[in-house]
Design a protein around this ligand. Structure first.
Ligand code: SF4
Length: 463
């Protein structure tokens, strides 16, 4: 099943001159990628290698945004498409890849000289290894592999967390998630890998104390020791010794990304009409997690450019492409589910924020003193991991800042913590904000996506 060429998105020549005058992307290994190289990739190599990314024939997937004046979005697309090429080059230099799960900040993984990848990024890397696939071929391939993973892990599992890619030979060197409150998938996944085909993958569980962990001194020092255990385990792969100075430098770099993402969010939320569409918003807000491109230095380049562009759009009153001037603003709560932003906009809404990774992005790590202790203290204080009432109050504050008109709590079937907490969190948010709310359970299969969007459209109509 080939790709219909007429459905393929093309970047217009009219923006080329301005794009070429922009800044380079600086990669972690010091390489600079000039805009001319990025443009050539996006207009020639990218469409040939990954036609499904350029396919505009239906609403689903990560359709390229047509808001082509946002040069940062073009650069983010370049980084996402070159994920396999860049990781392959790093691996050839001996850089290990470590799988991260549980919403943890990736500072210690990079401090130890590894590439830390969360489940979604692991999936992006795996998908970039197959080229020339149409949208349908790519969808079918993904569904089949995920089904195989469900069969091998457990029927109760919500998300396969990249299990299928790793067990099928994706060159992940170590699996090192942490046992936090938000995610019941970590234990299923780790155990399944223990019994899987890939006996060469190193396994490590980082033990995360629960229950008012933020206020207990023993919990902070215990978790700091777990972070030391993590960097020592990565050292066994690299043969080097990670120092406290390495971690301090990494924390500073990641703090810059976190601060930039918060600054961008404040700017974005301050505009009477959003300065970008929902997809371009999600991409920059998430970039503050410093992991989506498998290269925090590159993400930082893109974030700096995004901050300047968003500031300019807000100052001059430019609206995001396709966003209605009276769009209903929706805040999303819950893990691992995200509606298709284009569908939401078509129904007259706009997604203005979400709580999940925003919780770690907004947590700035102290930069003086023992970096392991500081990082442990910060991670144990993530609002998303606090007792329900406290998490809900923090979420309500973010909702108020975002000037949302309504709140959607989405969770996946099988997501034990989020499904149990949804009602209580939403009730508290309602009490704090007075906003209309809706809870929707989703599954990983496309069969339910249409139903979810019908319900979201009805919610937008009501708003
Ligand atoms: S849906 Fe829930 S249990 Fe599944 S990976 Fe996400 S947070 Fe974890």
């Amino acid at each position: 099943m080939g790709t219909n060429e007429s459905h393929l998105f093309r970047y217009p020549e009219a923006i080329k001159e301005e794009f070429l005058a922009g800044a380079d992307i600086v990669l972690r290994d010091g390489t600079r990628v000039a805009p001319a190289e990025i443009w050539a990739y996006l207009t020639e190599e990218g469409p040939a290698k990954y036609p499904h990314i350029y396919d505009q024939s239906n609403y689903f997937g990560r359709r390229i945004s047509g808001d082509v004046g946002l040069s940062y979005a073009l650069k983010a697309n370049y980084l996402l498409m070159t994920m396999n090429d860049r990781i392959s080059r790093a691996k050839a230099r001996g850089v290990p890849v470590v799988f991260v799960q549980g919403g943890q900040s990736v500072d210690p993984y990079y401090a130890a000289g590894a590439i830390g990848l969360r489940p979604a990024s692991t999936g992006i890397w795996a998908r970039r290894k197959e080229t020339g696939l149409s949208r349908n071929e790519e969808d079918l391939r993904g569904q089949k592999r995920r089904q195989k993973a469900y069969n091998e892990i457990s029927i109760e599992v919500c998300n396969s967390a990249g299990y299928e890619h790793i067990q099928d030979g994706l060159a992940v060197d170590m699996i090192a998630p942490f046992s936090c409150l938000r995610c019941s998938d970590v234990s299923y996944g780790l155990e399944a890998h223990r019994h899987g085909q890939r006996q060469d993958v190193k396994l490590l569980l980082i033990d995360y104390p629960l229950d008012h962990q933020r206020d207990k001194e023993w919990a902070i020092t215990y978790f700091a020791d777990n972070l030391r255990r993590l960097t020592r385990s990565i050292d066994e792969l690299t043969g080097r010794t990670t120092t406290a100075d390495d971690l301090s430098a990494e924390i500073k770099l990641h703090n810059e990304g976190r601060r930039l993402a918060v600054e961008i969010a404040d700017l974005w939320w301050s505009a009477p009409v959003p300065p970008t569409n929902g997809k371009d918003r999600r991409d920059i807000f998430q970039m503050g997690g410093m992991e989506v491109h498998a290269d925090p230095t590159a993400s930082l380049s893109v974030l700096r450019e995004a901050r300047d562009l968003i500031a300019k759009r807000v100052e001059t009153g430019v609206h995001g492409l396709g966003v209605a001037t009276d769009a209903s603003r929706i805040f999303i709560c819950g893990s691992c589910v995200s509606p298709n932003e284009y569908r939401v906009e078509q129904a007259g809404g706009i997604i203005v924020g979400n709580d999940n990774h925003w919780s770690d992005i907004t947590t700035i790590v102290e930069e003086t003193g023992d970096p392991y202790y500081n990082l442990a203290k910060a991670i144990l204080s993530y609002p998303y991991e606090q007792p329900i009432k406290e998490r809900a109050r923090w979420t309500a504050e973010q909702i108020k800042k975002s000037r949302a008109d309504g709140v959607l709590f989405l969770y996946k079937w099988g997501c034990n913590t989020q499904s149990a907490a949804a009602r209580m969190i939403v009730d508290e948010i309602k009490a704090q904000t007075g906003l209309p709310t809706l809870i929707i359970e989703d599954d990983m299969q496309r069969s339910q996506t249409e139903q979810m969007h019908n319900r979201i459209s009805a919610f937008i109509e009501m708003l």
